[in-house]
Ligand binder design. Structure first.
Ligand SMILES: NC(=O)c1ccc[n+]([C@@H]2O[C@H](COP(=O)([O-])OP(=O)(O)OC[C@H]3O[C@@H](n4cnc5c(N)ncnc54)[C@H](OP(=O)(O)O)[C@@H]3O)[C@@H](O)[C@H]2O)c1
Length: 301
């Protein structure tokens, strides 16, 4: 059972703690195997951890959970299918589970709404995938791993209204969650309304908006008013919209800060709403309007 405020996910019949910790780490073997900061997050009270196959931190997350002595059932664990594994979802989730040392995931997300070529070779010598699966084909495989109880819920990340409609047009299971970049400079109000209408829980990544949003004068002024930090104001704004947040800090003091948030007054929420400018900070399209090999238009961004 999860403690603290939770967000219900009607499409899976499950729920998750509204404040989680991100588990991305830089591409560096030493950084990716560190688990002290994950242990301190669990000590602070986080019971929702967001990792991904591509982050290389699944093993550290699993080890930290076991070392913490907290029951596996009491922690909501999310991981993600990388684009290069779209043709082999069952093998990929099994690899993720083996990395974590667990039998099931609480949530398995399709990390991106596109496939990329698989560069590896299966142990049985199966050659590289020649065909890149469509979103529909990958989602069908996601539904299969759900049926096989490898995870309790399936969802997506980086999906827009356009790509959600694409997956929902064919699916038997509606995604339980959509994890997207969201912060006061990228409020994504239309996407949030669409997800609410279809009972899809929204998770904000890069929830703080980094120093770019933290330094906004409106945020700084509100931090002074509530006698908290700018990050706490920003995260509290997400909670006022019932959006799940997964801030990542390796520092125990900041982990504690991000876990203890004020309740904002209606007028102050409106002031923060007014900051929206559609600005992507984490994954902005390049000078050719592309994100990885996809055009922003194809992504529906
Ligand atoms: N689905 C996707 O494609 C996707 C993409 C990006 C991220 N994510 C997920 O979202 C998680 C969070 O995203 P993010 O790391 O981009 O953004 P973030 O959590 O908003 O920002 C992280 C940065 O802010 C600093 N920070 C955290 N709390 C702070 C505080 N209270 N005061 C000052 N600085 C603070 C951290 O440094 P310190 O460690 O030094 O505190 C770190 O540099 C990731 O770990 C990952 O799990 C998912």
């Amino acid at each position: 059972m999860f403690t603290g405020r939770i967000v219900k996910m009607p499409n899976s019949g499950t729920a998750c703690p509204i404040i989680g910790t991100g588990a991305w780490a830089p591409e560096d073997e030493e950084e990716r195997t560190k688990r002290q900061w994950l242990l301190s997050a669990l000590k602070v009270g986080y019971r929702h951890i967001d990792t991904a196959y591509s982050y290389g931190t699944e093993k550290a997350v699993g080890e930290a959970i076991i070392e913490s002595g907290i029951d596996r059932e009491d922690i909501f664990v999310v991981s993600k299918l990388p684009p290069e594994h779209h043709g082999r979802v069952e093998e990929s989730i099994q690899e993720t589970l083996d990395n974590l040392g667990f039998k099931w995931l609480d949530m398995y997300l399709m990390h991106w709404p596109f496939a990329a070529p698989y560069e590896g070779e299966d142990p049985d010598g199966t050659p590289k995938a020649a065909h890149l699966p469509t979103i529909k084909e990958t989602w069908e495989q996601m539904e299969q791993v759900l049926r096989k109880s490898k995870c309790e819920a399936i969802g997506v990340a980086n999906f827009s209204i356009k790509t959600l409609e694409e997956v929902m047009a064919h699916s038997r299971v509606i995604p339980a969650m959509n994890q997207v970049e969201m912060h006061p400079y990228l409020a994504q109000n239309d996407l949030l309304a669409f997800c609410k209408k279809h009972d899809i829980a929204v998770v904000a990544y890069t929830p703080s908006g980094t120093d770019i949003v933290r330094k906004d004068p409106v945020i700084v002024e509100l931090a002074e008013k509530y006698k908290v930090t700018p990050t706490q104001i920003i995260l509290a704004w997400h909670l006022s919209r019932n959006v799940v947040v997964i801030p990542k800090s390796t520092n125990e003091e900041r982990q504690t800060e991000n876990f203890n948030l004020p309740t904002l007054e209606e007028d102050d929420i409106k002031k923060i709403d007014g900051l929206d400018r559609g600005q992507r900070i984490c994954n902005p399209p390049d000078e050719n309007g592309r994100v990885y090999h996809m055009s922003a238009e194809d992504l529906g961004w």
